[in-house]
Every structure is written in structure tokens, then in C-alpha cells.
Ligand binder design. Sequence first.
Ligand code: ATP
Length: 309
Amino acid sequence: MKPVSVRVPAKVNLQLGVGPLRDDGYHDLVNVFHAVSLFDEVTAEPADALRIAVEAAPGSRVAIDGVPTDDGNLAARAARLVAERLGVRPGVALRIRKAIPVAGGMAGGSADAAAALLACARLWDDPAAPVLAQSDLLELGAALGSDVPFALLGGTAVGTGRGERLAPAAARGTFHWVFATADGGLSTPAVYAECDRLRAERGGDVPWPEASAELMAALAAGDAKALGAALTNDLQPAALALRPSLRAALDAGRALGAIGALVSGSGPTCAFLAETAEHAADLAGALDRAGVAAQTLAAYGPVPGATVI
Ligand code: ATP
């Protein structure tokens, strides 16, 4: 059996609408996911037992210290799920090459889980009569985490429920982005907890989240300026409360000509929309010089989801 390598993209949330806290501790979400050209690569190779190795992708300065190499790694749990489903032993060495910022609000762990699902299915399933269809992988992904199915699908899609019910969104053209990373991640549960705390302090009802009509129209038209104006993230006040320095990064990006700026998901990565690829390269350079980010990364979207390479 030859090794299988899968390339998988990061995501940015173009809209993250967070509904009221439910009795089960979750929130109903409206999540417009957009896959961007920052990729992790996961290679699966037959081995005597399940092993994980994590490294920074060549040329990437991603800090991998916080990434577990045991069953705490979402990719390991993905491999075990596929083995269980196919009735095989989970004997696989997974090598994860990371370029997606860790704990940055760009769903890097979920991306690796999606890549591991696909790589292990390719390694162990019968190519002549596959047991696992794409729909089964999406279902296994949803069991691992609400961002995993989107990493399989890629493109631009609207997630509802806990984010796991997905429908592709009509989107035209390519959008150009700059991502400003921050030193030290933000814990997603801590950001949701802060969001709940801020809302309780403020009082009043939390509205039911709805997909933004302006955002969906901007995507369908391929209108970058309208998209920039329609970006929203209900977690942003909480991320800013926990990491006040992000405000300076967002302000700097806007002052330097970004046509949209927001915290990506639960942060602390900030996303800036540019008008063209050249504009994105210039903006990345200007943000670097402004010293408001640990690192700036230019990327474009939408791109496909997890793909065997
Ligand atoms: P999201 O946007 O989905 O909230 P995130 O991008 O903020 O996620 P991740 O990079 O997915 O955050 O990592 C969050 C935590 O998950 C890490 O601090 C790490 O402990 C754990 N983790 C488990 N598996 C992985 C993985 N393969 N890559 C990165 N982190 C992982």
C-alpha cells in the first residue's frame, strides 16, 4: 500500500451568526464558510500502530507546539473512526505538515481531521467497491466537529445548526485575502463563554441568526467591495475583549485600504479583504511594516476542500 497525501484548506467565516445559548450548552449558528489557499498536508502510510508526527510546512512559520501527537489530535480520532467503520486495525502513520495557524480561528485541526478521513478511507477502503461514500465521510466528519464537514467540501457554503448542516453557496470569481496571525491562540470555548457573558451583561434578547442577504448577494455577484461591507462575526466583541490588541490590527488594516476586516472565527487571526491579488500583496507588506501582526499571509478563495494529491 502506497502512502496517500491529502491537501486541505483553512477557512474564514464570512458571517458567523451566533444564536442564543441552548439548554445543551451549544448555540445555533449561521456560518458562511469560505475555504482559502492556506493548506495543511496530511500523509497516511501503513504502520504497525497509529502514530502522529506534526511539523511546520516547508517555508511556513506556523508554531506547532500546541498540537497534540496523541489521541488528542483530531486527525488521530478521524483515523480511528474510519478504521472502526471499515472493520480494520488503525495501523497508520499520519504525518501532518501545518501551514494553517494553530488555534487561530481558521479550523486547522478540523482541516487535518477531514484530510485524515479522506486519506485513511483511500488507504483502507476497497477501490473497486468502496464502502465509504462522500456522504459517509461528511457524516463521520460531523461526529468529529462542526467545522470538519466543510473542510471536506471546500468552496463557499452556509452551515446551520451547530454549523454541521451545509449547503453550497453561489459564489462568483475569486476573492483576495490577507490573514494577520497573532502570537498565542484563543480557545474557542473560552470565546463562546465570553460572548455569553457579554450578552448577559448587556441584557435583552439574542436574535435568531439568519444568513445575511447582502452577503449572499455580494458572493453571487463576485462583488468584493460589497462583500467587504457585509462581513460580520458575532464572536468578534468577545475575541476583542479577550485580546484587546486585535483592535489595533483591524484598525490598521482598514486604514491601509482593506475593503473588509474582521476577526476570523473565534480568533485571534484577523482577515482582511483586498480588491486584487496585487492589493493583497501590498496590504500584507504594509501590515507587516505596521508591526500589528505576528505574521501576515496572503491567500485567495474559494478553493476546493480536502483533495488527494
Ligand atoms: P476553530 O476555528 O475550528 O475553532 P482553531 O483554528 O481556532 O479552530 P485549531 O488550530 O483547530 O484551532 O486548534 C485548536 C486546538 O485543537 C489546538 O490548540 C490543539 O490543542 C487542538 N488540536 C487537535 N488536533 C489538532 C491539529 N491536527 N492541528 C491543530 N490543533 C489541533
